[in-house]
Design a protein around this ligand. Structure first.
Ligand SMILES: Cc1ncc(C[n+]2csc(CCOP(=O)(O)OP(=O)(O)O)c2C)c(N)n1
Ligand SMILES: [Mg+2]
Length: 297
């Protein structure tokens, strides 16, 4: 069983080993994402690369799940509100052993279990259908309440985008989570400073983001979302400082669209990328060179 686990903590692992293990998982997630993107020749590849470290921190370190039983009642729930980030999530599910790696090449094809936008009815491990932005946190709040009612120890994670902070429903849910003292709820926001219509601060200015979440009663941390060590430390802090007192946590992650592939990091039209046939191999080479420390950054 690949990374399947009932308890995320690996005994005997030191901080360096933990960081290296999760960083390697993030690297494989990025490779999977490029391979999936190539199937269609285009897509939300930049988001998957940007958020790969977040997906890796969750799937390789935090979540309790059983790869051979994705609906195991005791599992932690990971809710992807941003259906268009499905490439990143499928790559993480493959890394976790929930979806076979070979299946990734069916991405977006007819009859595939991996549609272009995340849908719970199609994909094992996909808890919600998330294409309509701004709903994931409310579902996560309801799920966390329901699990608590059942006496379940399971935790709930919601992955949001910075565009979802434009939605009033996100903030209503944030108030509800605080009101109900949902200490087992963790939100992760991918602040890639980008939305479909342009840069986030030109579409709708949401800063100062950390202070807003704090004002809503959450334990809020802002980290470099492409720094695995910082992400893992933030999860540790959240568990130590918020969960025990019944306070929901949010980890605000500054990420770079296309991270790890310089060719894509520089793209102007980054929300939905079209990548030429000859560029995919170059992308993979740049990714590997960066990981092996051969690229100049
Ligand atoms: C309720 C809702 N409104 C509008 C859209 C159309 N839409 C799809 S992606 C997107 C951008 C949202 O921002 P973000 O998720 O931060 O974009 P990214 O970082 O992926 O570029 C929008 C407006 C949608 N899916 N749902
Ligand atoms: Mg965004």
């Amino acid at each position: 069983m690949a990374l399947a686990q009932d308890t995320p903590t690996r005994t005997g692992e030191n901080t360096v080993e933990r960081n290296e293990r999760v960083t390697a998982a993030a690297h494989r997630i990025r490779h999977h994402a490029l391979n999936m993107g190539e199937v269609q020749g285009q897509g939300y590849v930049g988001q998957a690369l940007g958020a790969a470290d977040m997906f890796a921190a969750v799937y390789a370190d935090q979540l309790r799940f059983r790869a051979d039983d994705p609906e195991w009642a005791g599992r932690d729930r990971f809710l992807l509100s941003t259906g268009h980030y499905a490439i990143g999530h499928y790559a993480a599910l493959a890394e976790a052993g929930i979806v076979p790696v070979e299946e990734l090449e069916t991405y977006g094809s007819d009859d595939s279990r991996l549609p272009m936008s995340g849908m719970s009815t199609y994909t094992p491990g996909m808890e919600i259908s998330g294409g309509s932005l701004g709903h994931g946190l409310a579902v996560a709040v309801g799920m966390a309440l329901g699990l608590r009612h059942q006496g379940s120890p399971a935790r709930v994670y919601n992955f949001l985008s910075d565009g979802e902070l434009d939605e009033g429903s996100t903030w209503e849910a944030a108030m509800g989570a605080h009101h109900h003292q949902l200490g087992k709820l963790t939100a992760m926001v991918d602040i890639n400073a980008l939305q479909a219509d342009g840069k986030t601060d030109t579409v709708l200015r949401t800063e100062p983001v950390t202070e807003k979440w704090e004002a809503f009663g959450w334990y809020a941390q802002r980290v470099d979302g492409n720094d695995v060590g910082a992400l893992l430390a933030a999860f540790d802090n959240a568990a130590a400082q918020a969960a025990a007192v019944g306070r929901p946590s949010v980890i605000l992650c500054d990420t770079k669209v296309g991270r790890g592939v310089p060719l894509l990091e520089e793209r102007e039209k980054a929300h939905f990328m079209r990548i030429e046939e000859h560029e995919w191999q170059l992308c993979r080479e740049q990714l590997s060179a960066g990981f092996d420390g051969k690229a100049e950054r």
